[in-house]
Ligand binder design. Structure first.
Ligand SMILES: [Zn+2]
Length: 336
């Protein structure tokens, strides 16, 4: 028996959003027969996608298909991950149609005035397998596929790389740093992940390349042979001084030798977390709260996320073992 459900996850790339420097990769997890299960494709064969046969002002259908195909190729080229893709061809179908076909294309959505693009899924709720995923790019905005970018337009390949991260099952990373502009707009100063939920803005092509946090995320979902043996994991809890768990905290692992940042979140009321895909060796573990204003791009509004605590470092260096999980750690945080 198979039950299918359309899940329109809140995975939109925003122009402006309040945020603070934080780090992590996140997978989409749903309960499957009572067990938390990560949404993912059956990666034993290439995942097929179709391109909507429609361009927008300044970008032909052919040009944007080339940019999107390049972005798929960037994810496929991650050596520690085994997911692959195949282009099925152009189609007249809309990315908003739930037809069992994964369609990527433009739609006009002027009411989504801060949304560059978004990704939706059809999933098998018995297995957690992704059956269909569609990506729409908002044609209300000006787009570019110019090799060096266009200062007046958004770089299609950069946004495609982000949305394809969702397409394969990744949520948002919180690794990024922004500054406030005016009342409630923010500009991205630096980002440690393509899966950071706020766009760099017009003309910037930095998100054409994956970062270590993105690579850890896709490799954890679709590990190649040898990935588990070559990397380690940190597991533990974030708690209050009385022992109560802290849900929705960021846990960031900083690999001292390379400067690589990879992170995760505490995902339950016990404050438990696990971050896999870490390079072996000493890591500095930092715990920090999600800012109020951007919780919704990481968690459902109904999730009880605790943000009222200070940034806290684990008091020792954590040594990630190759091919295993290090000793469980507990980080105790204090109220702000
Ligand atoms: Zn997103």
């Amino acid at each position: 028996m198979s039950a299918r459900a359309l899940v329109r996850l809140g995975v939109v790339l925003l122009l402006v959003l309040a945020a603070r420097p934080v780090s992590a990769y996140l997978e989409f997890v749903i309960p499957v027969r009572g067990t938390p299960t990560a949404l993912k494709w059956d990666a034993s064969r290439p995942v097929r996608w179709f391109a909507r046969d429609r361009g927008v002002n300044g970008v032909t259908a052919s040009a944007w298909q080339t940019a999107v195909a390049h972005a798929f190729g960037t994810w496929e080229a991650v050596p520690t991950s085994n997911i692959s893709f195949s282009f099925g061809g152009f189609t007249g179908a809309s990315p908003f149609a739930d037809d069992g076909v994964s369609v990527i294309g433009f739609e006009s959505a002027p009411e989504l005035e801060r949304v560059l693009g978004s990704t939706s899924f059809l999933i098998d709720t018995v297995t957690g397998e992704i059956i269909e995923s569609d990506i729409f790019f908002n044609s209300t905005f000006p787009w570019s596929t110019a090799a060096a970018g266009d200062p007046a337009r958004f770089d299609l390949e950069s946004v495609a790389l982000h949305e394809i991260g969702h397409f394969i099952g990744l949520g948002h990373s919180a690794l990024g740093e922004t500054e406030l502009i005016g009342e409630n707009s923010r500009r991205v100063l630096a980002s440690g992940a393509v899966m950071f939920p706020i766009s760099f803005g017009r003309g910037v092509t930095l998100d054409r390349a994956l970062q270590p946090d993105d690579i850890a995320g896709v490799s954890d979902l679709y590990p190649s042979d040898g990935f588990r043996a070559a990397t380690g994991a940190v597991r533990g809890r974030v708690v209050r001084s009385g022992g109560r768990g802290v849900p929705g905290a960021h846990v960031v692992a900083f690999h001292v030798a390379t400067g690589t940042l990879v992170g995760g979140f505490t995902l339950n009321d016990e404050g438990e977390f696990e971050i896999a895909g870490l390079l072996p060796g000493p890591q500095v573990i930092r715990v920090e709260p999600l800012d109020d204003a951007d919780v919704e791009s990481f968690f459902d509004a109904s999730d009880p996320i605790d943000v009222d605590f200070r940034v806290t470092y684990y008091e020792r260096l954590f040594v990630a073992p190759a091919g295993g999980v290090g000793p469980h750690i507990t980080v105790t945080v204090r109220p702000k």
